[in-house]
Design a protein around this ligand. Structure first.
Ligand code: S3P
Length: 440
């Protein structure tokens, strides 16, 4: 039975301090890189969500020792290419595109066929974007349904380094090839459209031979296989993608204020802050500091009742890719028309989010103009929701659930939102934190 969240009242004004769950991108990368290092690595504040647990379960199946404690997690790595391969292994990436794509990079030397499966949502997403470059290293892939999970990978003992052009602005594709480079002799060269750079920062911190040349649109990355990766501890900061829901909640609430402590504000991730600020949101970054190449800060948000529409520059798309649903909600309450373009990638996520974003706004009574890769939103600062709204059958996309919850609490109306458990992919404490803020 699907669990349903019912919301019939707007949130009261609040003034609170919160901590959000750990960064998902960093948690998954830590798990996968620690699996290739030598000896004991520890991560504190690691995100204990279904996506990350699926990553831990996957490396366990590949012979890596994992211990989970209340506040931290330990991995005892077996060195580079140290997976213990067995016949008939199946790895289940569940809902996680990041896990499914990144781990394939580490499997290109598997002597046996390994099956990679995913849940219903992940099995609708394209995997050729990553199996094509990994084939060039020498791995072989077998699909049942064209370019969709489940697939099988058979590695090669004579992998060769490649030159790769990443042209979608996908950090998953870039990182998967970077991980393959860890177990491939020679120099792998990547020309990648700008996207989140956590893998690069971790490689640098771990002294893995990496050279990066940045131009305006592309990064040129050269990687050589390291001899060894040292075990490493990591204190995972809060996730900006999870914070974004509370940033918009506060922005759209009356007379409210929120401090979110200890969030990763890596410049390649904070498109949401840039966009909301351009729209007139009151957001400031406090107590900024550096941690192992990443930037961290506290985020202070105050309500703003005069947001204005935005013609969003596409250069910001990649740095806000997981935040567009919640940005669309802000645009629905802004004065004037907002326009977001070149966003075809948004329909390639856990659900077709460009379509779903538009659909939810329409249910709320907000007019949109939708194309295959763009949306125009006709903002209504005084929006009143007149019809009851039911959100269901959205492939359990965690971000659809959270966006709908914030919409209900800030715009009012009567809402029934199905699949409460969807938040467990990325932000298990979402509703618990919400209760702390919304004391009604
Ligand atoms: C991620 C990259 C993004 C993002 C996903 C996490 C990552 O996907 O949507 O939630 O950790 O590398 P793409 O690289 O496919 O854009």
């Amino acid at each position: 039975m699907s669990k349903i969240l019912i919301i019939n009242n707007k949130i009261n004004s609040f003034n609170k301090k919160i901590i959000v769950d750990g960064d998902k991108s960093l948690s998954i990368r830590w798990v996968l890189i620690a699996s290739q290092s030598n000896g004991l690595s520890k991560a504190h504040n690691i995100l204990m969500s279904e996506d990350v647990i699926a990553a831990l379960d996957s490396i366990k199946k590949l012979g890596i020792k994992v211990k989970r404690y209340k506040n931290y997690c330990e991995i005892i790595g077996n060195g580079i290419n140290g997976f213990k391969y067995k016949k008939n292994l199946t790895i289940n990436a569940k809902n996680s595109g990041t896990l499914g794509r990144l781990i394939l990079g580490l499997l290109i030397k598997s002597p046996y066929r390994i099956k990679l499966a995913g849940d219903k949502s992940l099995s609708k997403r394209d995997f050729s974007r990553i199996t094509s470059p990994l084939e060039k290293f020498g791995a072989k892939f077998y699909y049942k349904n064209k370019n969709r999970l489940p697939l099988s990978i058979l590695g090669s003992q004579s992998v060769k380094s490649i030159k790769y052009l990443e042209n979608k602005g996908s950090a998953q594709c870039k990182s998967s090839v970077m991980f393959a480079a860890l177990i491939t002799p020679g120099k792998t060269s990547i020309k990648a459209k700008k996207s989140r750079n956590h893998s690069e920062l971790l490689f640098k911190y771990l002294k893995i031979p990496i050279k990066i040349k940045k131009t305006k649109k592309y990064d040129f990355i050269d990687i050589r296989q390291p001899k060894k990766i040292k075990a490493f501890n990591y204190q995972i900061p809060g996730d900006i993608s999870s914070s974004a829901f509370f940033i918009v909640l506060t922005t759209l609430s009356n007379n409210s204020k929120l401090l979110i402590k200890n969030v990763n504000i890596n410049p390649s991730r904070i498109g949401v802050i840039t966009i909301l600020k351009k729209m007139g949101a009151k957001i400031s970054l406090k107590n900024q500091r550096n941690y192992r190449g990443e930037k961290i800060s506290d985020i202070l948000i105050k309500s703003s009742n005069n947001l204005k529409g935005i013609n969003c520059p596409s250069e910001l798309n990649s740095s806000a890719i997981d935040e567009f649903l919640i940005i669309f909600l802000a645009a629905a309450k802004a004065k004037g028309i907002s326009y977001f373009k070149n966003l075809a990638e948004l329909n390639q996520k856990e659900s077709p989010r460009l379509n779903w974003g538009s659909k939810i706004l329409n249910m709320m009574g907000v007019k949109t103009k939708l194309t295959k890769d763009s949306i125009k939103i006709y903002g209504q600062p005084d929006l009143k929701i007149l019809k009851p709204i039911v959100i269901k059958n959205y492939l359990k996309d965690h971000r659809i659930f959270m966006m709908s919850t914030i919409a209900a609490l800030t715009c009012g109306g009567k809402w029934k939102i199905y699949d409460k458990d969807s938040v467990n992919s990325s932000f298990p404490n979402f509703l618990k934190i919400m209760k702390k803020i919304n004391t009604k």
